[in-house]
Design a protein around this ligand. Sequence first.
Ligand SMILES: [Cu+2]
Length: 324
Amino acid sequence: MATIRRNIINSQQARDQYIRGITLLKREFIGPTTAQFGIPGPALRVSTYDLFVVWHHFAMYTYTPRTQMDRNAAHRGPAFLPWHRFMLILLERHLQRVLNDQNFGLPYWDWAADGDLPLNQQLGSPVWANNCLGGQGTPVTTGPFAFNAADANSWRVRIVEVSTGRLNSVDRGLNRQLARPELGLPPPSLPTKAEAAAAVNLNTFDAADWSTTSSGFRNRLEGWQPRQPYSGLHNRVHVWVGGDMGPASSPNDPVFYLNHCNVDRLWEAWLNSNGRTYLPDQTAPTALRHHRIDDQLYSLLAPARTPRQMLDVSTIYTYDTLVP
Ligand SMILES: [Cu+2]
């Protein structure tokens, strides 16, 4: 039976299970070591949670094509949506396993609902309460992911992207700086409901040259267009949260999955109203590998799926509500 993915602020059960589940995955060390991934420093076992951080980083540094630094295997191109859907399904399965609950559905953060509020109220959203994701700081000191130097079981960032673009082993708390201005700009607002609806209303899924300059739904939702003054939907949520949500190791912050679950929900709304279609098809140039409909999505943890296999997931999960 398909599970139901719910709004995290409307379901105490989904919220509590999510926090408990990812805490368990963070403490589960059954995977490869950092040395096996070429991460410098002492060879430490990578937790199940951190495997997803590594996978995301590797995908982001798999350029497609190799010579062009723009599109990568999971971003800046059409596979952005099916790749993250594949990632979320795998994480959800791990959560179901450690929670011993096959009905658990990943919750989402409806950031557009917060984006309709004035900025000071966006910061006061129940998402940032101590019984949900906790507050902000460098490091975060309140809520379930608070850093406590004396408690080895408190939430630690173990693998992070450094300025060279490579992954490094660290042992520190989680960093989060909500609604911080960038480069002298005024503080960013979360995206609004009108902006989300305008994206879903675009009939074209994606268009040549399948990059950050393309017109269409994928690029609008990913957030490269329009870019004034901040990037749009998904990208702006990363910028708005700040801290560890910035670099390619952004799955370090558990809010990553709540953001992407909402992105996935907007895609589901689009698929619902436009038909379960995807572009480009398999006749597109090989430079678009990982992005064509029957290409394998970049995988590290499980047998690869294709974009086509991600178009109808109704036997796996549904959402409590889609955007109107
Ligand atoms: Cu990503």
